[in-house]
Write a protein that binds this ligand. Structure first.
Ligand code: IPM
Ligand code: MG
Length: 356
């Protein structure tokens, strides 16, 4: 029997509720395979600040680095919004990504037929959408120097080095090879020097992948094309901030941001997390949608642990649950046969994910 060590970061807001459901599903699915999980819970975000004065305690990094993977809920909330920037939950998350070196953030946006009416867009526009946003995660304007502010001026710097662009581009092309073999690289090369370097470098890397078709698009146009004709996209390759924005937009094609999982990977270890935030307004009520987090657990099985069959079982269980009309509150107006709580949703998926 193999045991996988998973670092669990529940975080703030709805984080603990959704992580509990992902753990429920992982344990259920592992019962039909010869592996199990050992979880170690560590702190990050507002709860870590409250307990230790630091949104990212050193202990969290230490445990994460010796685990097989990190499963993470969400962080942040109004309560901590007025702290100095380096004490804010978001700073903890950014430092965490940087320390772990998870430079590639994979954000799939798949429109389920069962939820075709849940999107604000017309069914004929979104049917069959299957996009993978590959977002650079530890560079760009989020981390560039110089940055600062005084009473009169605030500034950040968008910086990319060639090496940083090369490694994320390779990720995008490799992923595209396993999909529809199309990469659309997003930039603002008509205005920004950093984007021109991005475009030139991606074009160079593309030569190593003659089987993949590369196109380039300005980010403003990409935002428009995503709602005009989203099926044109297979893999969207983006820098940090453009990917942050476009992945939220892509999530709305799918009906609810509560559905979208993500994987952040690098050379060392991966972090698996829903793309949504901590939703403090609904925290503790048992109404959050756990599907994005359960989907992230499935990505963890697939990408970090190589347990493809188990990952497929979870993905199929999610599909079946939606097909049968089970919905959490966020999707209750869309073809719901039964509206369920966070924990009921987790139990239904766990049950379907267990091979009988
Ligand atoms: C995300 C979030 C984070 C980001 C915040 C919470 C720092 O929006 O993961 O998309 O901007 O990367
Ligand atoms: Mg975001």
């Amino acid at each position: 029997m193999k045991t996988y060590n998973i670092a669990l970061i529940k975080g703030d807001g709805i984080g603990p509720e959704i992580i509990d459901e992902a753990v429920k599903v992982l344990d259920a699915v592992s019962s039909s395979f010869d592996f199990d999980f050992k979880y170690e819970e560590v702190l990050m975000g507002g709860c870590a600040y409250d307990e230790t004065g630091d949104p990212l305690p050193q202990e969290t990094i230490r445990i994460a680095l010796k685990s097989d993977a990190v499963l993470f809920g969400a962080i942040g909330g109004e309560k901590w919004d007025n702290l100095p920037r380096e004490k804010r939950p978001e700073s903890g998350l950014l430092r965490f990504r940087k320390e772990l070196g998870v430079y590639a953030n994979l954000r799939p946006a798949i429109v389920y037929d069962e939820l075709i009416n849940a999107s604000s867009l017309k069914p004929e526009i979104i049917k069959g959408v299957d996009i993978m946003v590959v977002r650079e995660l530890i560079g760009g304007i989020y981390f560039g120097e110089p940055k600062g502010r005084d009473d009169n001026k605030g500034y950040n710097t968008m910086v990319y080095t060639k090496d940083e662009i090369v490694r994320i581009a390779h990720q995008a092309f490799k992923i595209a090879q396993k999909r529809d073999k199309r990469v659309c690289s997003i930039d603002k090369a008509n205005v920004l020097d950093v984007s021109q370097l991005w475009r030139d470098t991606v074009t160079e890397v593309a030569k190593e992948y003659p089987d993949v078709e590369l196109s380039h698009m300005y980010v403003d146009n990409a935002a428009m094309q995503l709602v005009l004709n989203p099926r044109q996209f297979d893999v969207m390759l983006t820098g940090n901030i453009f990917g942050d924005i476009l992945s939220d937009e892509a999530s709305m094609l799918c009906g609810s941001i509560g559905l979208l999982p993500s994987a952040s990977v690098g050379e060392k270890i991966g972090v698996y997390e829903p793309i949504h935030g901590s939703a403090p307004d609904i925290a503790g009520q048992g109404v959050a949608n756990p599907i994005a987090t359960i989907g992230s657990a499935s990505m963890m099985l697939r990408y970090a642990l190589g347990e493809i069959e188990a990952a497929d079982q979870i993905d199929n269980a999610i599909k079946r649950t939606l097909q049968e009309g089970y919905r959490t509150g966020d999707l209750s107006q869309f073809d719901a046969k039964e509206v369920c709580s966070t924990s009921e949703m987790g139990s239904i998926i766990a049950n379907y994910a267990t091979k009988k």
